[in-house]
Design a protein around this ligand. Structure first.
Ligand SMILES: [Fe+2]
Length: 279
């Protein structure tokens, strides 16, 4: 097994690891260590059954609870085991078979609108469009580390509110749908497994700083959104069929680029629970 960096600030590539096989304890420890170090791990060239993907998730912790989009296409889910969700724009009888079907998606942390957001997400690429639909990952550690001391002091003790409207991929596209969930978390959190501080706000779901007037809250958040999305902190992943990527939602955020609506895109998603609320 060989581990190499994908980009200066975030991401590691793992070669020589077949996730359909039972891994040795030393390999599992190496992967866990690399996960904490790189925040995003790419395992290229996999051929995974659903159970293999669920087993891969177990390397990182306990399987998360998925909220399946029953109203989308219940038939499509009949063949899927619990714990596997589809991200897809493929339509059957005009209805998407999976979640978050179309277009660009702003930077976000999965499940930040929950009291205890998921620790990790795993995405496995089965069908990808000829162009676009890339996933960008940004390091929350790099974003925090590069803040000025003045900004670090200003953010001390501040929390932000995060809201998710079902199916939203852009801020403001909720169109009156009720919030799917809402939570407040520290703007600077510490990843309890690494002890490192990271910036924990995102453009898609963060709506305000707790206790501040809108003007000051907007000023702070707009600065932070631009700061944490800088190219220097980002790894831009172009998917290849057979890629499995696992990312740490505590210290990284991700975004999706646009892709042609007429082309099929299908990825399977599994999640891993965290053991404590952000602090
Ligand atoms: Fe996501």
């Amino acid at each position: 097994m060989k581990i190499s960096p994908l980009a200066p600030a975030i991401g590691g590539r793992i070669e020589g690891c077949d996730l359909t096989q039972t891994l040795e304890a030393t390999q599992i420890r190496q992967i866990q260590k690399a996960f904490l170090e790189h925040a995003v791990l790419l395992f290229p060239g996999q051929t995974l059954a659903h159970q293999d993907q669920l087993n891969a998730a177990r390397i990182f912790g306990e399987s998360g609870t998925l909220h399946r989009p029953r109203e989308f296409q219940p038939k499509a889910y009949e063949s899927l085991p619990d714990g596997i969700m589809m991200i897809s724009n493929i339509r059957e009888d005009g209805v998407p078979i999976g979640s978050l079907p179309d277009g660009e998606m702003m930077f976000h942390h999965d499940m930040i609108h929950r009291e205890i957001p998921d620790k990790a997400t795993l995405l496995y690429a089965v069908e990808i469009p000829s162009v676009g639909g890339d996933t960008w990952f940004a390091s929350g550690y790099a974003a925090y580390d590069t803040l000025s001391d003045k900004w670090k002091r200003r953010l001390e003790g501040l929390s932000a509110r995060h809201v998710y409207h079902y199916g939203s991929t852009q801020k403001g596209d909720e169109k009156g749908t009720p919030a799917f969930g809402e939570a407040a978390h520290p703007i600077v959190r510490t990843n309890h497994e690494t002890g490192r501080k990271c910036l924990y706000v995102n453009r898609l779901m963060t709506v305000g700083v707790v206790g501040l007037e809108a003007t000051e809250s907007d000023e702070i958040l707009n600065f932070l959104f631009d700061h944490c999305e800088q190219d220097a902190f980002v790894y831009k992943h172009q998917w290849t069929i057979g890629d499995l990527i696992v990312w740490d939602n505590r210290c990284s955020m991700h975004a999706r680029t646009d892709f042609p609506g007429g082309e099929r895109r299908l990825l399977f998603r599994t999640t891993v629970k965290d053991t404590q609320a952000p602090a």
